[in-house]
Structures are given as C-alpha cells and as structure tokens.
Design a protein around this ligand. Structure first.
Ligand SMILES: [Zn+2]
Length: 481
C-alpha cells in the first residue's frame, strides 16, 4: 500500500453496576419504559448533588490495571461543557487532566508476531440521555443519562484492520474475563469512536488531518468502515487533495459514512473541576483490594499453556479465549496431574474440548456451568483410547452419552459393552463374513491392494465399531498380501 494508515480509538464501555454513576437510579435500563429510571440528579435538576458510585470507580481502576496503566493516586472529576438536548445539565461529568489510569498497553499476537498497542488513558464518566427523532419532533429518554461509562483512549498505533480486529476482541475478552461488564455490543454497552488518517510516503510525524467516525457498535462494521475510509482517503490523496478534518456518521451497516461536521481545530469544552465532588484518593489498601480481582488474562493464559504444556498456539488461543472453557480445561489438567506425560494429555484434552465437546454444547445449547461431562470423564475417555480399550469412533459416542445422561465414561463403556474387541478369533469371524459378502473386492485385491481398506471398513461395520481396526487390518493383510 502506498499510504500508511494511522488509526486510533476511543472506546466507551458500560461497566456492570447496580446503580448509575452519580445517583441511586438502577443502571439496568435496557428495554425499560422511557424515563422510568430517572431522578433529580440524572435529570440535571437544579440543586441535585452527584455522589460517585464506588462500584463503577472500582471497575474502572480494575480495567486500568488490566491494561497495564499507571494509576493516579489522587483522581478527580471535571465538567465537560457543551449543549445538547439529551444532556440536561449542559455539561457531562468526566475526567480531564487526572484520569484514573494513564500510559498503559495491550498486547496480542498476529501470525505468531507479538504486537503492542499503547493506551493513552482510562477514565470514568457518565453517559448522556437518548434523543429519538419522530417526524418533526425530538423525543428524549433519560434512562441512559448518568449511566457509568469507562472511556479507553488508545494512541494512533494501529496500522491495519487485523490489529483492530485483534484489539477489539482482546479488549472485550478482558472486560468479560474480569467481570467488569458484559460488553454486549447489541445493547450499546461497548461503542467505538474511530479516528483515521493516511500518512503519505516520506511524510514526517502524523498527517495534517484526521477523520472521526462516532458511535460504532459492532466490530464487523468497524472493520468495514476502516476499509472504506482507507479507499476514500487514498483516492483523494492520489489526486493531490487533503481529506477534510471532519466527523463522519455511519450511513449503513456496510460501513458507508457521510460527512456530518467539519472541524476547524479542536473542540473547546471549557473543562473545569467538578465543584460538587471532592478529589478521590486511591489508597494502597484500596488498590490492593481491587488487585485481588485481577485474575490471569487470556493472553497470559495462552502464553502459559504453550510454555507449560507445549500446546499448539491455535489450540491455546481458542481455549484461553473463553473464560469458562479455560476453567474447564484447567480442571481437566488438574485431574490429569497424576499421569506421566501431562503434555501429551494436554493437547488431547484441548482437541476434545475444542472439537467434540464444543460441537455437542452448541448442538444442545448447553453452557459450561450446566455441563454434565466432568473433567474426570474426559480424562477417562482419553485414557481408554490410549490403552486401546475403545476406538476413537466409539469414544465420540461415549462422550455423547455422558453429555446427555451425566453417567460416567467408565459406566457407559461397561454397561454398553463398548470395549474394543482384541480377540483374534472374534475378529476372524467378522473377516470371514466380510469376505463372504464381498467376493468381487476380494478378487480385485491382486490388482488393487488398497481395496484391503474397504474390507477393514466392512469388519468395523460388522463389529459395530468395536473391532480393533489396526488388528483387523494386520490380519487381513496377512491373509491376502
Ligand atoms: Zn438518577
């Protein structure tokens, strides 16, 4: 590509809290009757005083820690002044010069390459109300007004869509892993604001313009916008024009945008300290208490799985991605701790979890917390295959039975008489029957030795999958080849 994309984000995330950020109204407003979650504070009535929500602030601090930020020992709230009908106070309570956290980063891998995106700041603020337009009227719903928002600002470090995709998914994982929020994009709990420009060849520093796109509530749309914006800006630069410094709005879900507001210089919000909320001191004790919730994150888990268990990188990534799945995997490893070669088992466990178990879970719409398959069952299943007690095909069947009934793998193998037939005499009987049924195939063996596989298949079919396939093949080969 001729031009180098320079991409940065502001992400707005709704932490899961019982009440709004500065009043006691319930923050779970989604789907409620308009204006049913309001009080004088979030309606911005004169004389109402804001009281910060400790839970919201703690989640903001936890996220800042997870994003490797420095935490400011004393933080404060500021008023961001602007006029808009869904902002009844005429200002938004936000944070200006002393955010909760600064100078962090997020790391992930792309095709085995480690990448790092710098986080400029993480701060706490409140959401606005919602304007709805109906014919010539504007309707206002203040249920969302005052709902806590964590804002994450990145440096313009992204150079392609792949990085954006990884970052967005990793950030959402971290938020869900730590229980900070559900990050349900369909409910608007995580929204992206994109800024993008293109650097001309040889251009020093950042480009002399920046295009913003606000309110993006889907990662796939976000990627489409970037691809289209790179095309649009490239065309202009090709003609020797400079794209305008502007805010563009989303026109459709295909990522098409339209100019909304041309910006000259930066906005002046006349920030000043919020006089109704004293500065907040974050003590070491408080910080230590919050750090207790800072559990191992997906990237750390992935790295550890590869290092400790020699797991294939793709398997490690897919296991670590989902917290419940990772917990199940680790529980399996724990019950496998007595086996000799844990690494050999670890990969097998991962394969079964990502393959057959995931398939059964999806098909039957079952969550890990409701799973009837126990970690010991999976271990038992893998051991049974390794010791030739059952075949791989039978094993799938056994897992499905355990999945449905909750009976242990051992019980099912015994009850259903599913053990592999290793008895030569019994296999010989199946072989005789297969020969008798397929005289033409037997005749063709001289010219086509591969036809032996067909006979092995027949033996497996006749034995209902129980014959030891390797033994059957060996016996057939001894007979004919
Ligand atoms: Zn309220």
């Amino acid at each position: 590509m001729k031009y180098q994309p320079i991409i940065g984000f502001e992400v707005h995330l709704q932490p899961k809290t019982k009440s709004k950020m500065f009043c006691t109204c319930s923050a779970e407003y989604f789907g409620s009757q308009p204006n049913s979650h309001t009080c004088p504070t979030c309606l911005g009535l004169p004389g109402a005083l804001p009281v910060p929500n400790k839970e919201g602030l703690e989640k903001c601090i936890l996220l800042a820690l997870a994003l490797n930020c420095n935490i400011n020992k004393t933080t404060k709230f500021d008023r961001k002044n602007y006029f808009y009908p869904d902002l009844p106070k005429g200002y938004q309570i936000s944070q200006y010069d002393v955010p909760v956290g600064e100078k962090g980063f997020i790391e992930f891998d792309i095709d085995g390459d480690s990448r790092r995106i710098r986080i400029t700041r993480v701060h706490m603020e409140e959401d606005t109300g919602k304007s709805m337009y109906e014919r010539k009227k504007t309707l206002l719903d203040f249920n969302k007004s005052g709902v806590p928002l964590i804002e994450i600002v990145t440096e313009p470090d992204f150079v392609d869509v792949k990085e954006v995709d990884k970052f967005a998914k990793r950030l959402r994982q971290i938020v869900r892993y730590l229980g900070i929020g559900d990050a349900d994009m369909e409910k608007g709990q995580m929204r992206y604001e994109l800024n993008i420009s293109l650097k001309r060849p040889g251009e020093k520093g950042l480009p002399d313009y920046k295009v913003e796109v606000k309110n993006i509530a889907s990662i796939s749309v976000l990627k489409k916008i970037i691809v289209k914006e790179i095309k649009r800006q490239s065309k202009m630069l090709d003609k020797g024009e400079t794209p305008r410094q502007e805010t563009r709005g989303l026109r459709n879900m295909d990522g098409d945008t339209v100019s909304q507001r041309v910006k000259e210089g930066s906005d002046d919000y006349r920030y000043f300290p919020e006089p109704d909320i004293p500065p907040i001191f974050i003590s070491e004790e408080w910080l230590d208490d919050i750090k207790k919730d800072l559990i191992e994150l997906p990237q750390e888990k992935k790295d550890r799985y590869i290092k400790e268990y020699d797991l294939e990188p793709d398997s490690a990534e897919n296991i670590a991605r989902n917290k419940a799945r990772a917990s199940f995997f680790e529980a399996c490893l724990k019950s496998a701790s007595k086996v000799e070669d844990i690494n050999e088992y670890a990969q097998e466990i991962a394969n079964w979890i990502l393959g057959e178990l995931t398939r059964l879970k999806k098909k039957n719409d079952v969550l890990y917390k409701d799973l009837r398959v126990k970690p010991e069952d999976l271990l038992e299943l893998i051991s049974a295959i390794k010791t030739n007690k059952i075949t791989g095909t039978i094993a799938k069947n056994v897992l499905e039975q355990t999945f449905k009934t909750g009976k242990s793998v051992e019980t099912i193998i015994e009850d259903k008489d599913l053990e592999v037939v290793n008895d030569k005499e019994q296999i010989e009987e199946f072989i005789d029957k297969a020969i008798e049924d397929n005289p033409k195939v037997v005749k063709s063996l001289e010219k086509n030795p591969n036809a032996i596989q067909f006979l092995v298949g027949q033996v497996m079919r006749l034995s209902k999958g129980k014959a030891n396939p390797k033994l059957a093949e060996k016996m057939l080969k001894e007979k004919f080849l």
